[in-house]
Design a protein around this ligand. Sequence first.
Ligand code: GLU
Length: 502
Amino acid sequence: MIRTRIAPSPTGYFHIGTARTALFNYLFAKKNNGVFIVRIEDTDIERSKKEFEDDILEGLKWLGIQWDEGPGTGGECAPYRQSERMSSYTPFLRQLADKDLVYPCYCSKEELEQEREMQVLSKQPPRYSGTCADLSASQRAAMKSSGKSSTLRFRIPRNRVLSVVDHIRGELTFDTNTLDDFIIAKDFDAPLYNFAVVIDDYQMKISHIIRGEEHISNIPKQILLDEAFGFTVPEFAHLPLILNPDRTKLSKRQNKVSLLEYRTEGYLPQALVNFMALLGWNPGNDRELFTLEELEKEFSLERVNKSGAIFDLQKLEWFNAMYIRGMSLPELTSWCIPYLIEEGYIVREGESYSVSTDGRRLSQTELESIVRLEQERIHRLREIPHRLSYVFTQELEYDAALLIWKKTPVEEIKQGLLIAYSSLQKISADEYSPENLEDQLKKEIQSAGMKNGVVLWPLRVALTGLAASPSPFEVASVLGKKRSVERIKDAEKKLQFETGEK
Ligand code: GLU
C-alpha cells in the first residue's frame, strides 16, 4: 500500500515549495491508488501558529489537493498534529535510553558555541565532540543535582557507511563518522524533528517520503533511528530545489513565495497546479497543459529531474491566461465576481448582483457578457476590474486628444462620431447586438466614403476612454443603447471643448 505524506511545520505561510511537495506526494499517491496524508509538524511551540496551519490547509483546498487523512478529515492514524501526539513519543525515547542509544547532554548553549568557535578557528568541521557521551551514572547524577539542564542526544554508531537509493537522486551514501550525536529531544516529553518524524512516519505507515532536497542531510539520522527501532526504512524521493531565474534559491525578494498571494493576484488554482507540476517533473514530451486529473494519471517519480527547477513567472502567467481562455463563461464569471465586488463596482443582493453606482440589477447573462469582453485579453483575474472600469463608472475621464485617430483633422473625427451616433440610433434596443452594430456601422461608413478608423477609433475611445480595449461593437452592446449614445455625445462635447476652436 502506497502511503505518502506532507508534513509542514506551521511556522510561516504556505510556501510555494511546500505546495509543490504536497502536489507531488498527492499525485504519486493517486497514481498508485495510495493514500495521501497531511500531518502538521508543530513541535516547535514558539514558532508554530494556528494562523499558519489554517493558511496551509486553505491553500491545499484551494488547489484541489484533497488529503485522505489529516486534520479535519481524521483517519486510522489520528491525531495528525504532532502537538496532539506527544504521548506516543515518550515510550520510544525510553526504549532508546534503555539500550543506551540516547544519553543526556549537559553542555550549555554557551559551551557548545565555544566548542564550535574553537573548531572553526582550527579549521575543523564544527561538530559536537561527545563531551557527555560517556559520563558515568554518578557524574550524571552530580550534573543533575547541580541543577544543570539537559537535552537528549542520539548515539551515532561509528565507522559505518549507510546507503539508500533515492527515487530521484539515485544512490546516496553517508559516512556515519561525519555525523554528530544529534539532539533528538529536549526531554523525554519534548521530542524534536528528526526523532518525531521517524516515529510518525512509522506509525502512519508511510511508504514513500517525498520532500525537498534540503532534507537529504536528514536521511542518515532517520535511517539510524529506523534501525534502532527495527522499523522498515521508507523509500525516499528528494525533489530538486525551486530556483529564481538567476539560479539562486527561490526567495521573497524576487518572487512571491506564499501560495495564497497568487490567489490574491488573480491566478487560478488550475494554472498553479499545472505550473507547479512542471517544476521538476516532465511528461517526456512537449505537452504542457495538464489538469489535476490528468496529472494523477501521468505522474511518475522517474520523470522528476535532479537539477533545480526555474520559477518562471511569465510561464505561470501564460498558463493562467490559457486556463482563463479555456474556461466556460459562467465559470469564469463566478471567478471574476469577487474581484468586481472588492473593487466596489458591484454588490451582492441575495442571489443576484447590482451596479454600485446606480443600483441597476445585472442579470447573469449581462454579467457574463461583461466578463466575456476580457476573457481573451487578461492574464490574471485581478486585471478584470481595472480593465472593465468603463462598464461600471458613470463618467469617463480621458484626454480629448485620445479621440483623434492617427493625424486625422478634428473636423473629420467629429464627423466620424456623428456617423457612429446615427448608426447606433438606428438599431433598436432589442437588436443591439455586436453583429447588428457591426453591420450597421460598416454600411454607413462605406456609404459616407470614410475610412473605418475615422469612425471606429473615436467610437471605441468614446465608449471606453481607453487606448486599448475590445471592439467597439462588443463594448457598445454591453453598455446598451442609452449609455453608448450618451457617451458619444459626451465625446463630441469634449472634442468641442478641449481641442475645439484652438
Ligand atoms: N516539517 C518538515 C518541513 O516542513 C518536514 C520534513 C519532512 O518531510 O520530513 O520541512
